[in-house]
Unconditional design. Structure first.
Ligand SMILES: [Zn+2]
Length: 512
């Protein structure tokens, strides 16, 4: 393996992922994600869009200040203000990058930018040169690159490299490309742009047609050497190329894809669970690599084959993505050590305080529920991983309901450090609970979705509740788990409300 087949893994979970519908993370949550990305060996972490809000700037700045080996990158439109703000945010990192972009497709230039192509070309040179005057490492992206006219794309790429960009990214912004076409576009740039040898070609694919990973891998085969991706495939609309699929594709099919990268795949499960718990956006069970069923064999024929020889139906081992075969069954009498071992098996790595808090909740759960399954532990820990640094925290809920009298909820929350209590009525216990939250923290967001899911079988199962709130076109998702469905509901609503507070501060996100 030589340097020429080393693939740079550029993760944009904290930028493209965070601006996806329903998603938002506060500073502490972003730091947690940055820590695991760094531990996984991600080469470049796109930490945010610094000018989107004060909170975004603060997050990129703090991640940069704590960075290790990974380069910390921020996104900037092609304006001096954006680029300067981005430089200020990333500068504290030992390795830092400005990622600036402008649209180059006829459609985007005409309607979005309302600029003539020649003006766009000038801006490419000016913006990249300005970014280079501030930092060494500049990436330039042609937004809507896959729908850009080839001659014009070649001229823009050449100009960006001439102005000092060392990474050139060709996004499939709208998820429209198909693999052979996209690979041909990359090959075209390599063949036609005279100074292309001075830059790394990068790809950024969206999954609108389910082709983001296929397009990314086809581009790598054609010569791209940086892949932009996200944990769990999070991102605008249908999402971005999923990092876990890219790296496991490269690892599992190294025979056809002779490229290497620096990712420790054994941390995939942990990273996936963390991102899913923090964002409240769960992974579909049949999702490749990180779905609950990705390594489950249910049909008799498959199980029989697996028992005889694992490779009959298994192309990768669960261990290779950090999913260990768990043999421990937990119950009422399990101690701290067993609980910690179980967490490790399930792919969690919590700090001592978080383990202690989770252990207390586990004991409480084991008292109320006969069998504690892996799914129970997951629901409980996911709930625990939600940042402790929330402005609104759930404390307690007491309900009076049934067929005889109107429902009444007695709720206690801590809001900005102060304990607050209220009693509220409603049309049933859920309505009363949510009315109580509204009384303590008035807001105008609409409840768009309220969903209850039983974590396991049985009437003593934990309920996992999902709540979606919407306010002026901004949506957020919150989740909560508890054996009491109403407590889970209150926790989920409070979780969503905290996310909304983060989202309120942001300006409209940009596509890329
Ligand atoms: Zn994107």
């Amino acid at each position: 393996m030589t340097e020429s087949n080393r693939i740079v893994i550029f993760d944009t979970t904290l930028r493209d992922g965070e601006q996806s519908p329903g998603c938002s993370m506060n500073l502490e949550e972003k730091l947690k994600v940055a820590v695991i990305l760094e531990e996984m060996g991600v080469d470049v972490i796109e930490a945010g869009f610094p000018v989107a809000s004060k909170g975004d700037f603060e997050a990129v700045h703090t991640i940069a200040a704590r960075a290790g080996k990974a380069a910390i990158c921020g996104l900037a439109r092609a304006t001096k203000g954006d680029i300067q703000g981005c430089a200020d945010a990333v500068r504290a990192a030992p390795r830092h990058r400005i990622h600036t972009f402008i649209s180059t497709s006829p459609l985007h230039m005409k309607y979005k930018l309302q600029m003539a192509p020649e003006r766009v070309l000038e801006i490419v040179s000016e913006s990249v040169a300005f970014a280079r005057s501030l930092v060494e490492d500049v990436e330039w992206s042609a937004e809507d690159g896959s729908r850009t006219e080839p001659d014009f794309l070649c001229r823009c790429v050449e100009a960006a490299i001439k102005a000092g960009a060392r990474t050139i990214n060709i996004p499939d912004t709208v998820g429209y490309a198909v693999p052979d076409e996209y690979a041909a576009l990359i090959a075209m740039l390599i063949n036609r742009v005279p100074n292309i040898d001075q830059a790394v070609l990068s790809v950024h694919c969206h999954n609108d047609l389910g082709l983001a990973v296929a397009n990314s891998l086809a581009a790598v085969q054609a010569g791209a050497r940086q892949v932009e991706c996200t944990i769990n495939g999070l991102g605008e609309r249908a999402g971005n190329a999923a990092m876990e699929e890219i790296v496991m594709g490269l690892r599992t099919r190294a025979d056809r894809l002779p490229f290497h990268n620096g990712i420790r795949t054994e941390l995939i499960t942990r990273a996936s669970r963390l991102v899913s718990a923090i964002t409240g956006i769960s992974v579909q069970p049949n999702k490749a690599i990180v779905g609950k069923n990705a390594f489950a064999h249910e049909s008799g024929i498959h199980q029989d084959g697996m028992l005889k020889h694992a490779q009959t139906y298994e192309i990768m081992t669960p261990e290779s993505v950090g999913l260990n075969k768990s043999t421990l069954v937990l119950g009422k009498h399990s101690g701290r050590a067993a609980f910690k071992a179980k967490l490790k098996d399930l792919g969690y790595d919590l700090g001592d305080n978080a383990v202690e808090e989770a252990f207390v909740r586990f004991k409480d759960l084991a008292d109320r529920k006969k069998d504690v399954f892996d799914e129970d532990i997951q629901a409980l820990v996911d709930d625990e991983m939600v940042s402790a640094d929330q402005r609104i925290r759930f404390v307690s809920l007491d309900l009076h309901c049934g067929s005889k009298a109107p429902a009444k909820a007695d709720l206690e929350l801590v809001i900005d450090g102060a304990a607050r209590q209220v009693s509220a009525g409603g049309d049933g216990p859920v309505d009363a609970t949510f009315n109580a939250i509204k009384a303590l923290f008035p807001h105008t967001a609409d409840l768009q979705l309220y969903q209850v899911h039983a974590v396991t079988e049985g009437t003593d199962a934990q309920a996992e509740v999902t709540v979606r709130l919407s306010e002026q076109g901004k949506t957020v998702i919150g989740q909560g788990a508890h054996t009491d469905t109403l407590v889970a509901s209150a926790r989920a609503y409070v979780h969503a409300l905290n996310k909304l507070l983060v989202k309120r501060e942001k300006t409209a996100p940009e596509a890329l």
